[in-house]
Design a protein around this ligand. Sequence first.
Ligand SMILES: Nc1ncnc2c1ncn2[C@@H]1O[C@H](COP(=O)(O)OP(=O)(O)OP(=O)(O)O)[C@@H](O)[C@H]1O
Ligand SMILES: [Mg+2]
Length: 190
Amino acid sequence: MGTDEPQGATVYLIVGLPGAGKTTRAKELEVSASALRLTPDDWQMAIFPGDGPTGWQAAERVDQRDRIEGQLVQVGFRAAALGLNVVLDFGFWGRHERAALRWIASSRGVRAEVIYLPIEAEEQRRRTTSRFEAEPGQFQLSDAELKQWQQQFEAPDSDELAGAAIPPVPPGHATWSHWASERWPSLPLQ
Ligand SMILES: Nc1ncnc2c1ncn2[C@@H]1O[C@H](COP(=O)(O)OP(=O)(O)OP(=O)(O)O)[C@@H](O)[C@H]1O
Ligand SMILES: [Mg+2]
């Protein structure tokens, strides 16, 4: 490859629990990698400014959140196809979510990189509490919520972090793109 040929864009998948430091890292990449940062929380707060501390948990809001995310994935991959690095600051708790987006990236000739920000339960409690006290509009997380989320969260394994082969799509889905369009209903089939 010649030195003046484009290297191809990277889509960064930021993975971690609330308070892990995802948006902080995403903002760093925004600068260091000249990346387009897509943070669904920013969009959700801009679109639904009246939501109280628990508004985001309503079933309707969860569905709307998925639709916002689907559009951001679509925009993100379009930007990557145009040569821009992209940060998807989503959290991506599920390993299938990461596999699906890595598959879509690969099908479009775009590099995907999983960035995992681990956090210990105690540190998570400390950070989310100090954020709640410092920033108006932030919600206080209960111990039960934090514990439940830690159990739900599927930490990336070394294969994912190394960008190893993408696992087969779960039965009942023709491709990972079909899986992704069910997970994010506003994301068209690739
Ligand atoms: N490496 C770090 N060490 C210490 N504190 C950090 C670190 N990274 C982020 N923080 C602090 O932790 C808090 C949460 O960070 P941040 O908003 O980046 O997390 P997040 O993963 O995006 O959270 P959320 O899921 O709620 O959006 C902030 O107050 C931030 O300043
Ligand atoms: Mg964040």
